[in-house]
Design a binder for this molecule. Structure first.
Ligand SMILES: Cc1ncc(C[n+]2csc(CCOP(=O)(O)OP(=O)(O)O)c2C)c(N)n1
Ligand code: SF4
Ligand SMILES: [Mg+2]
Length: 272
């Protein structure tokens, strides 16, 4: 049962939620809310944006300043909010399809800009909401509505993509490891710069049924059996093949975009 503080961040009038019973997205919402409570954030100063997808329904249930925007474009909305009012804590929750397919360009450019936004990516390896089409993170050989004989395309590693594109904080955990999820989200929100937390989750309804993990527990067990938390740094790449590495991949100090932008206005403002 969530704590009274966490319950205070929920719009309980919108329950029951639309998620299938046992969907992993709820575990991520709980971790995010625990992080907000622990950081003593104020609802009126906390903005949570999303695009479209089962994952993107999350802000509707959270009693903060929330924006349910368009598919793949939530980072553009979040960027505008942060630039207009830098004092706000801005969090953008996205699905794997939302973030890396239609929103892929917005994502890599938000990383390179290093704007002070926290991106929480709920990676269930599939387009859940629209019926189980393959996404850019569906593993090779996995079955999807659009891949009845198995996916051919090599998936993105979201964390590698974010590190390569210049994000200042990048971490990954799974819904079977909720404490690291909460810890990484807390660090990400506290970090000045673009901070990415990828959370491996599951869509047992659209992905699991086609890939021998039809029940929520099958997926939780899969994450437990296939994740590596502490030993990854000392293991050779061939032993990490097919494993989910849980760790912080980047935590660096880089110039932050809003600060650069305000400095620019101060520098050239007198000339306009
Ligand atoms: C411009 C546009 N294109 C396509 C869609 C249809 N659509 C809605 S959600 C979605 C995919 C959602 O997948 P993901 O982001 O992984 O979220 P999940 O449902 O898996 O949590 C798509 C293709 C849309 N709403 N808008
Ligand atoms: S369809 Fe999949 S992602 Fe959507 S609520 Fe159901 S289990 Fe979750
Ligand atoms: Mg998805």
């Amino acid at each position: 049962m969530p704590s009274p503080e966490v319950l205070g961040w929920l719009r309980q009038r919108f329950f029951p939620h639309i998620w299938c019973p046992g969907c992993g997205h709820g575990i991520i919402m709980h971790a995010l809310l625990r992080a907000l409570v622990d950081l003593e954030k104020k609802k009126e100063k906390t903005v949570i944006a999303s695009g479209i997808g089962c994952s993107s329904r999350m802000p509707g249930y959270i009693d903060a300043c929330t924006m349910h925007t368009t598919h793949g474009r939530s980072l553009a909305f979040a960027t505008g909010v942060k630039l207009a009012n830098p004092e706000l804590t801005v969090i953008d929750v996205m699905g794997d399809g939302d973030c890396t397919a239609i929103g892929g360009n917005h994502f890599i450019h938000a990383c390179r800009r290093n704007i002070d936004i926290t991106a929480v990516i709920m990676n269930n390896n599939i387009y859940g909401m629209t019926g189980g089409q393959a996404s850019p993170t569906t593993p090779v050989g996995a079955y999807a509505t659009t891949a009845p004989y198995g996916v051919l395309d090599v998936p993105f590693d979201i964390c590698k993509l974010a590190v390569g594109a210049g994000a200042s904080y990048v971490a990954r955990a799974t819904i079977a490891h909720p404490l690291p999820v909460e810890k990484y989200i807390k660090t990400a929100i506290s970090k000045k710069g673009f901070a990415v937390v990828e959370v491996m989750t599951h869509c047992h309804t659209q992905f699991g049924r086609k890939n021998k993990r039809p029940r929520p527990i099958d997926n939780i067990n899969f994450f437990k059996d296939n994740s590596i938390m502490y030993k990854a740094a000392t293991m050779p790449p061939e032993q990490l093949e097919g494993k989910i590495v849980i760790c912080e991949f980047a935590n660096v100090e880089l110039p932050e975009y809003v600060e650069q932008y305000l400095n620019l206005i101060e520098r050239v403002g007198g000339n306009s």
